[in-house]
Each structure stands twice: as C-alpha cells, then as structure tokens.
Write a protein that binds this ligand. Structure first.
Ligand SMILES: [Zn+2]
Length: 427
C-alpha cells in the first residue's frame, strides 16, 4: 500500500494510521501566515509569469530534443534561488524545496512539444491574445512551476516535507512519458507521495482519471517493383489504403469514450514504383482498459482483412505482404474517484478560487503525465495553469491572458502546500 506516513512524529503516525488517506480531511493552509503571504503575492507576479511563458515558448523543444529549453529552465531556477537545480540522466530538470520528513510532492510542467524541428516557434501578440506553438501546452505549465519557485523563495515559504519542482521531458506522443517514468520508477522510485502536473491553460478542470492509449507504427511490406512492368503484383500501399478505409468505418465499443485515428502515413519511392514499404501511425484511446483492448483487436482484424483482400485481388501474384507492429507508446488506463485525497484537495482549492466562472471544479479523464503515477498507485492529478487557451498541438495554438490568470499559480500553491505541509504551520 502506498503511504505518506514516512517520518512523521509517532503521535501523528498513530493518528494517521487510524485515518486512512481516503478518509483524511482536506486541510488547505491558506490561513497560515506563510501561505497567505505567498497566495497574496501571486497576483502581482501575473505579468512575470506571462513573460516566462512566452520566452520559454520561443525556444524550440521537439520530442527528444528538449535540451536547450531544459538548460534555460534550469538556469532560471538557479537565478530564482535554487543553486542545486539539476538535469537528470534523461533530461528532466529538478529543483528541491525543503528537506523535512513530511510528504514528498512533485509539481511538474513538461518541456517537450509535439512540433518537429524547424517549426517556427516565434509568438505573435494581438491584445491579450498570444499565438505560438506550445504557448499553452505546456509553456503555461512551465511558467506556473517557475512562479511557484519564485514565490516560495520571496516569501520564505518552506514545505514541511519536500517539494520537487520539475520541468520534465517526454510527455507528448512519441516521448511515451519517458520523463516521469524515469523520475518515478528510477530516481524517486517508491519515494514520491503525490504528483501534480500543470499542463496547459484554463481553470479548474482536474484530470483525475487516465485515458489509456495504444499507439503503433504499422508497416506493410512486399518485394515492390515497377508500376508498369510488375503490374499485377500485390501492393503494400494499396493494402494499407484498404486497411485505413476499414479502420475509418470501425464502430467504437459502447461505454466510456473510445477513439481511433490514423495520424501519419509514410512510404513510397516514386510515382511509378510499387512501393516495398508503406507505414501508418495509429492511435487509439479509452478510459476503459477493456474498450481499449477491444479497439486494438478490431484494428488488427481490419489490417488482417485488408491484406487478405489485397492478396485476393491479385491471385496470380506470388508476392506476399507482411505486416509488422512497432509500439510507439502504451499508456495505461486508470483512475481515482472524486473521493481520493488528492482529488478532494484540488476540489477544495478550486472552490476557494471559484467566482462562478472558470474556477468551478470538475474532474476529467485525459492522457497526461499523471497516467504513469496513477498506474503506479501514486496519487496524481493534472491541473490547468490559469488564463484561457486553445488549439493545442496545432501551429495556431493560442493563449489568452485573463484578468485572473494568477489563479493558476494560486491553485497550484494551495494544492502543494495542502499536500506537502508548511514548516511551522500546524496541519
Ligand atoms: Zn501537454
């Protein structure tokens, strides 16, 4: 069983031992003087936060090439008063606040974007709206982490336990969560009590359930030949076309939302070549593990049928078509109820910020860095960083600075102080 009891005083251990995490009352610490000082300092940091967001966004960070942005993120943490900020073996940036025996909490934004090398990452500003690839996802999250780093130092707020401030690599598709996987299964294996990812702009949406995904590169291979001279030979590209048509018509299983997508196709040598290789990248997702497996089965069946159809189309061809699946990523499904301690904590924090507009708490399912800790049994959520945004994963992505965008950092502050405790404050 997962435990947050490590290192508490014996009397407290006894108390907590009789009060399982699920039943433990949520205690926001906004009335403790240290947290109140930090909370009240955040509105004045709003434009600083935005500056961090925009300037980080203009440093390219394609999948597996987050290094330059990581170096800059580390440099800023050092400048904010974290001389020990470091970059680990896979490229995550980590700074630590506090060294007490209380709960260990990780607050992370992800460094990587979905955009390939060469994408123009210059931002453009029109009024309070800023456009740029990655401006919300996840430069907003990185800026919130830096803002928490700054406000803790400026107000001398020290967690009772340990708070790890992180910029992690590998959240987006091809990264397959390699950043948090390394953090939570290697460096901090068995030693993290709570994980919070700040991912994107927006209000009090709380991702507490993990949408799982299966992603493959599916390759269709044959001998190939001249389009005229070898006509009559089975064609891997045509087989793939048949497969895509079948996948496009697949029904999804009933129940929790289940989706599929052929996202990238590749292959071909020239217009007059029967290609020896055609490939497609396929993504399927569901909140239900059962539905995800069923979708996986249906897509494989569609591919098998498509290949049989292509072979049947050219009965005199002896050219075989072979199919190969390479895994791009497998993300587990899983969830926590709204009664889970970390979820209740986030709901309580949002209620404190709620003005009847965008900070009315609601829990959601998504596919984020929190998938991994949730699968490991570590209480984890993903939250938004304030402001408004849209168009994520497209080059027209935008972020809108709202009058109350400082509520994003306030939300994160309330959650991490409630979970990690505050030195000198009574919990
Ligand atoms: Zn993201």
């Amino acid at each position: 069983m997962h435990s947050v009891l490590r290192g508490h005083t014996p009397a407290l251990i006894l108390l907590l031992a009789t009060t399982p995490l699920a039943a433990q009352p949520v205690r926001l610490l906004h009335e403790s003087p240290a947290v109140r000082r930090a909370f009240e300092a955040l509105p004045a940091l709003q434009s600083w936060t935005l500056d961090q967001q925009v300037s980080l966004c203009e440093i390219p960070a394609p999948p597996f090439k987050e290094q330059v942005r990581a170096e800059e993120f580390r440099r800023r943490l050092i400048a904010l008063g974290y001389p020990d900020a470091r970059i680990d073996a896979v490229g995550n940036v980590i700074a630590t606040v506090g060294n007490g025996d209380g709960p260990r909490v990780m607050l992370a934004g992800h460094l990587d974007t979905v955009f390939p090398e060469g994408t123009d990452v210059k931002t453009t500003r029109t009024g309070d709206r800023i456009a740029g690839p990655g401006i919300g996802d996840d430069c907003r999250g990185l800026a919130v982490v830096l803002t928490i780093a700054k406000v803790l130092r400026e107000t001398n707020l020290v967690p009772q336990g340990r708070l790890y401030l992180v910029g992690n690599v590998g959240e987006e598709g091809p990264g397959n969560l390699r950043g948090v996987r390394h953090l939570l299964t290697q460096e901090f294996a068995g030693a993290m009590d709570f994980f919070i990812s700040v991912d994107g702009a927006g209000g009090a949406g709380i991702v507490s359930r993990a949408v799982g995904s299966h992603r493959y590169t599916i390759s269709f291979e044959g001998p190939g030949g001249h389009s005229y001279g070898a006509f009559g030979m089975t064609n891997p590209m045509h087989a793939m076309g048949r497969a895509i048509a079948r996948i496009a018509d697949l029904p999804v299983p009933p129940g929790p939302r289940t989706t599929f997508n052929v996202g990238i196709v590749r292959g071909g040598t020239s217009v007059n070549t029967i290609t020896p290789l055609a490939q497609m990248d396929v993504d399927m997702r569901s909140e239900s593990a059962e539905n995800l497996l069923e979708m996986d089965r249906r897509i494989r069946a569609a591919v098998d049928t498509a290949v049989r159809e292509e072979l049947a189309r050219w009965p005199n061809s002896r050219a075989p078509i072979t199919v190969k699946y390479d895994t791009i990523g497998i993300r587990p499904t899983g969830g926590q109820g709204d009664d889970a301690f970390i979820v209740r904590t986030a709901i309580a924090a949002a209620q404190l910020l709620d003005d009847g507009l965008s900070w009315t708490p609601r829990t959601e399912a998504s596919s984020t860095d929190a998938n991994l800790p949730i699968a490991l049994g570590i209480p984890a959520i993903t939250i938004n960083g304030g402001g408004r945004g849209g168009g994520a994963h497209g080059t027209a992505e935008w972020y809108q600075e709202t009058a109350d965008s400082y509520k994003g950092p306030q939300f994160a502050l309330l959650i991490v102080t409630a979970l990690a405790g505050v030195a000198g404050a009574t919990r």
